[in-house]
Write a protein that binds this ligand. Structure first.
Ligand SMILES: [Zn+2]
Length: 302
């Protein structure tokens, strides 16, 4: 049923806990999609191999490993992690696959998602409704989504003058003053490649055409990093006749235009049964509940 709403695609990414039967089921329905492990749930497992070391700090360090943007930065931090926490490192090496949890090895675009926090939040919102029978539970879910759609629509209408969603608009606005002061040198005027030197003297190479920077923040987050923004400011200030808009340097998923479309539809709950207009051929269908498969183990009481 999910596949009829969301078609299989190599751009699709599923995040979950390391539940093998769930991963297998997703793989058989969505063979093109890629699967990643939730960094938070994995951290909860990893930190219990810390021995006498502070488990909270080990968990924090592990999550940091998952979020590096370049392989060099990851390798350097992973080497330190091995020296500092050898038992945890051994567990991670032997029981996890790095391309499932570390951003730098993940083969697809997953933007800034590395945990399933949004799903956990939703589970908590519908905690009581999941104890109800099916129709009231579905009604509750539809009503809540309808409320969220209305709230998002209001937020979109407040951002009508900007081409980017507030998250990215505010982020770029915050970086602008610093980006303006960075040293920029043109490397290739056809491919719009620039060399940026940051305030610490470190050099980065940016391509406005490829929407890429050697710091890799732009490549993963899908909106310009500090260096990309510096190159954009240089280009729009120094190159005559250009008409490059900043929103063209961001993924279309961050455009207010697409944001508005996502929440455009009106969601209605199922009306009262008295107003239903059920066709005769549907009324004639007799639906018998399926045979219940009795699970193994003790009966649950309550
Ligand atoms: Zn950069």
């Amino acid at each position: 049923m999910l596949k009829s709403v969301i078609p299989d695609s190599s751009e699709l990414v599923f995040m979950s806990e390391r539940n093998q039967s769930l991963i297998f089921a997703i793989g058989s329905v969505f063979p093109e999609a890629h699967h990643g492990h939730c960094l938070w749930h994995l951290k909860e497992k990893v930190k219990w191999h810390a021995g006498n070391v502070n488990k909270v700090i080990v968990g924090h360090r592990f999550m940091e490993l998952g979020r590096y943007y370049t392989v060099d930065d990851f390798n350097s931090a992973y080497d330190s992690f091995e020296k500092r926490y050898p038992a945890v490192y051994k567990y991670v090496q032997e029981h996890t696959e790095k391309d499932k949890w570390a951003r730098v090895f993940f083969p697809r675009d997953r933007y800034n998602f590395d945990t399933i926090n949004s799903v956990e939040s939703m589970k908590s919102v519908f905690k009581e409704a999941t104890t109800w029978v099916l129709i009231p539970m579905l009604d509750c879910i539809v009503r809540k989504f309808s409320d969220w759609f209305t709230q998002r629509k209001e937020a979109v209408s407040r951002s009508i003058d900007t081409s980017l969603v507030p998250l990215v608009e505010n982020y770029l606005h915050g970086l602008w003053a610093v980006a303006q002061k960075l040293s920029v040198r043109e490397l290739n005027s056809y491919e719009l490649k620039y060399e940026i030197t940051d305030t610490a003297g470190k050099m980065f190479w940016v391509s406005l055409v490829e929407k890429s920077c050697t710091c890799k923040v732009w490549d993963y987050e899908k909106f310009p990093c500090l260096h990309g923004l510096a190159a954009y400011i240089y280009f729009t200030t120094n190159v005559d006749g250009n008409d490059l808009n900043i929103h063209e340097l961001c993924s279309k998923y961050y455009w207010t235009e697409l944001w508005a479309l996502a929440y455009d539809r009106t969601l209605c709950v199922v009306p009262d049964m008295s107003s239903w207009n059920v066709p005769d051929q549907i009324k004639e269908v007799k639906i018998i509940p399926p045979d219940r498969i009795r699970g193994k183990g003790r009966k649950r009481v309550g």
